[in-house]
Design a protein around this ligand. Structure first.
Ligand code: RB5
Length: 148
């Protein structure tokens, strides 16, 4: 069964909690890796916590939330094996699973409404990777990572 690791910085606490409640209500196994306070923290620390667990566990995905989602997505994409997408619309949520096989979703709490954020989470988690020509492109991304 799929497991979702969830974290945020101080700019994403409300949406992190909203996503957590939503996923629990949907019967998804979710682990909250913080934060719960509004004191300033550094988003790369939380990106690392989620991404290392996503890579360690088969059939796991991660959701990272900060003010814009940008810092989290930059940090997450530095980690080998992570394909993180910053998403603000449902079309991209679907496409990035089908085409990019993203294993981490980033959201910006200061950018989109909560209803849209939850809909994006739902679409992203319920869309399968389409494989075929898209796998060829993922293989090329993996080669880029190896050549770094
Ligand atoms: C924190 O103020 C803010 O910089 C952070 O949440 C995020 O938006 C960074 O990309």
């Amino acid at each position: 069964m799929m497991k979702v690791y969830l974290a945020c910085d101080h700019g994403g606490v409300e949406y992190k909690n909203a996503v957590k409640s939503y996923l629990k209500q949907e019967g998804v196994i979710v682990e909250d890796l913080g934060v719960d306070q509004y004191e300033s923290v550094d988003y790369p620390d939380y990106a690392e916590k989620v991404c290392s667990r996503v890579l360690d566990k088969e059939d796991a995905k991660g959701i990272l939330i900060c003010g814009t989602g940008i810092g989290m997505s930059i940090a997450a994409n530095k980690i080998r094996g992570i394909r993180a997408a910053l998403v603000s619309d449902c079309f991209s949520a679907k496409a990035t699973r089908e085409h990019n096989d993203t294993n981490v979703l980033c959201l910006g709490q200061r950018v989109i409404g909560e209803g849209l954020a939850l809909m994006i989470v739902d679409v992203w988690l319920n869309t399968e990777f389409a494989g075929e020509r898209h796998q060829t492109r993922i293989d090329k991304i993996n080669r880029l990572e190896k050549n770094k």
